[in-house]
Write a protein of this length. Structure first.
Lengths: 276, 407
């Protein structure tokens, strides 16, 4: 592994952040989900957004309503979510900045044309309806495909072939080698040492899972070092809620079937997050 | 020199824009029933909004991320959606109350029933949001709101028994029950710390393109402007305590709430106070309507804001327009705007932690803030308010039911 590769926690640093278009600082969308190419060295291929990406993450009635409403208004037989190729991402900070000219989502274009644009004084020109995303195809995985340890995930039929969604990895029950419940996936650790996406940018590789002993949802960033447990009262509360947090490297994971995660090694042999 | 002028102007705007229909109603009602015995809550509320707004303003200046971005990012899509639902509901309720308040102020001047004033007020408010520049809009109504200073002058003129007012500070009236006392304490806290104020303040920072250099302006607005607004709140309560409490009356309409000023300063005072009430409620109409657009857009990642032309922020402007229409319809059902205000205050207090917690977390996150993370003092205060707001949120709705909304 490259020593200087950037490390991110998918849920903490990437998911649900604002996407900003670099050329004109326009706010485009949120990172509603991430598209992942599975395999031995899975990596993030695209940002997914819009109701078809957010709905499944929300789940329940609101999620269902959101996806079905969107489908109703879309012409295509199997509409996919709005997609921005990871090769366009130039910066991941308090916002995710993207280069190129990804266009606005359909609702914005429709409202500009049919509602807001018709009120005097709107003074905005709707963007040209460019042909759907011109982003180049995802490069083929270069390393380690030979062993074919398939990590199959429930696939959505509208997704691109051979991809999965990162959001589906969160909140899963984790079982140890003998089937006992070990905890719950709380976040996915990404390391930027995957295959080259653009000339100089490497993909974010899924390096492993952060597993919380107790099912309590998000870690809010308090999985990071003790120096960041501030304010101390809040930090202590959140850490107490989650119990111990450990880190499973990708090759310590046996399988990802049935909406669960099966570990290949016992809980005690996982690294503690303090070592990260 | 120019910088000093900008800071002064900012402070005056924050001062004049602080009081809205919620503060007016809560302080007048509480003053008439409890005298000054709840003044400590106003002070707790002011310090709270200062802590909250300073953190969110600092985050906006350093990272250009407004509050609802933080909510979605830190709480995730589900808890964020719950917060969005609650905040949006309270926002529209408050918007309805503010529109009603402006219309009532116009009724006081013209004698024409407020219901007839509601549609024109809503229309003009929407036109202002559609066309007028953000900074102009904020300044004009903030500065006009300064007319409410007349409450302080009127208090002086009324010549209250200062000794009596001071004794009230620590002695609640005996004829009111403890649950009612606590219920009104929560309403006052909700009046001082309304979620929309923070949405608006931080989004406004982004609209005005704050950077690290503007931290001074942001802090001056918060630490000078807001406490001055708080003094105004206390003056409103003291006026009500002086005029209504001895005769055991409770002001039930806006007309009665401004009576102490008329008593102290005559017709001129009355004219000025009505202008102030109109400016304050109309300004808050704009703030709440924009805030509903801000919160929805920031949750879903839509382009928002008045710093782009309306045609470039279509979903945002449609949201703002839709909330104005819904709020107008709500007030036109002849529902009492004062009652709407009282309910929205308590709901505000109940929903506050959902917005407060992510702000507190991110103000401590060096990934966002670099060296500008919370200091020890901010964190001690911040943690104190975290606990307080959680307790208040849990108690708010049960108390509302137990006291039949303070009756």
């Amino acid at each position: 592994m490259n020593e200087h590769a950037r490390v991110l926690h998918a849920r903490l640093h990437l998911l649900d952040r604002q996407v900003v278009r670099e050329s004109d600082d326009r706010l485009l969308c949120k990172v509603d989900d991430l598209e992942v190419r599975p395999g031995d060295r899975p990596y993030v291929t695209a940002i997914l957004s819009g109701p078809l990406a957010l709905g499944p993450r929300l789940g329940g009635l609101p999620g269902w309503l959101m996806t079905e409403t969107d489908r109703l208004f879309r012409g295509e037989a199997r509409p996919g979510p709005y997609r921005i190729d990871m090769s366009l991402v130039t910066d991941v900070g308090s916002a995710v900045r993207v280069a190129g000219h990804p266009q606005d989502l359909a609702l914005e274009r429709w409202l500009t044309r049919n509602v807001v644009g018709r009120i005097p004084g709107a003074a905005g020109t709707p963007e040209q309806d460019a042909p759907e995303s011109t982003a180049q195809d995802v490069p083929e995985n270069t390393a380690g495909d030979a062993s074919e340890k398939t990590l199959r995930v429930r696939e959505r039929e509208e997704d691109r072939p051979d991809t999965m969604r990162l959001g589906g990895l969160l909140g899963r029950t984790v079982r140890g080698p003998s089937g006992e419940v070990a905890g719950d996936t709380a976040d996915v650790r990404l390391v930027q040492d995957g295959p080259l996406l653009a000339e100089v940018r490497q993909a974010f590789r899924l390096a492993g899972l952060l597993i919380a002993r107790r099912r309590a949802g998000r870690l809010f960033g308090y999985e990071r070092g003790p120096g960041l447990w501030r304010p101390s009262l809040l930090g202590a509360l959140v850490r107490r809620m989650h119990g111990e947090i450990r880190y499973a490297e990708w090759d310590q994971i046996e399988s990802l079937d049935d909406d669960e995660v099966r570990l290949g090694v016992a809980w005690d042999r996982l690294r503690s997050t303090a070592d990260l | 020199m120019k910088r000093l002028l900008a800071v002064t102007l900012g402070i005056l705007t924050a001062f004049g824009g602080f009081v809205d229909i919620g503060d007016l109603v809560a302080n007048a009602v509480v003053g008439s029933r409890f005298g000054m015995s709840l003044a400590w809550v106003v002070i707790v509320g002011i310090v709270g909004i200062c802590v909250f707004a300073e953190m969110s303003g600092r985050i906006a200046a350093v990272s250009q991320r407004p509050v609802f971005d933080l909510v979605r990012e830190r709480m995730g899509p589900r808890a964020g959606l719950v917060n969005l639902g609650a905040s949006f509901f309270i926002n529209v309720l408050t918007l309805a109350a503010e529109i009603g308040g402006s219309a009532l102020a116009l009724e006081l001047v013209t004698g024409i029933n407020y219901l007839l004033w509601v549609p024109p007020v809503a229309l003009v408010a929407w036109l202002v949001m559609w066309r007028v520049k953000f900074e102009t809009m904020e300044r004009v109504f903030g500065l006009a709101g300064l007319a409410l200073v007349v409450f302080i002058v009127a208090l002086w003129q009324l010549g209250p028994d200062w000794g009596e007012l001071t004794t009230q500070l620590v002695r609640p009236p005996q004829d009111e029950g403890v649950p009612t006392y606590l219920y009104y304490a929560i309403a006052l806290l909700g009046g001082a710390m309304t979620p929309y104020e923070v949405f608006f303040f931080s989004s406004g920072g982004v609209e005005e393109k704050w950077t690290r250099k503007d931290l001074v302006t942001a802090r001056a607005n918060v630490f000078v402007g807001f406490p001055l607004g708080g003094v105004l709140s206390l003056a409103i309560a003291a006026c009500a305590a002086t005029v209504f409490m001895p005769v055991e009356a409770e002001p039930g309409s806006l007309g009665q709430m401004v009576l102490p000023v008329a008593e102290g300063l005559g017709k001129v005072g009355l004219g000025v106070v009505i202008l102030g009430v109109f400016a304050a409620t109309f300004g808050a109409t704009l703030e709440t309507a924009l805030s509903s657009g801000y919160s929805l857009s920031q949750y879903f990642g839509w382009q928002w804001g008045k710093y782009v032309v309306p045609g470039r922020a279509a979903r945002f402007h449609v949201t703002v327009l839709a909330s104005v229409i819904v709020a107008t319809a709500l007030i036109l059902t002849t529902i009492d705007p004062i009652k709407v205000t009282e309910y929205s205050l308590v709901f505000s207090a109940a929903a506050l932690p959902l917005t407060y917690l992510p702000v507190l977390m991110i103000a401590n996150d060096p990934d966002y803030m670099g060296a500008k993370v919370n200091g020890r003092f901010s964190n001690v205060l911040g943690s104190f308010y975290m606990v307080l707001l959680l307790v208040v949120a849990l108690a708010a709705i049960p108390l509302m039911i137990a006291t039949k909304a303070g009756q």
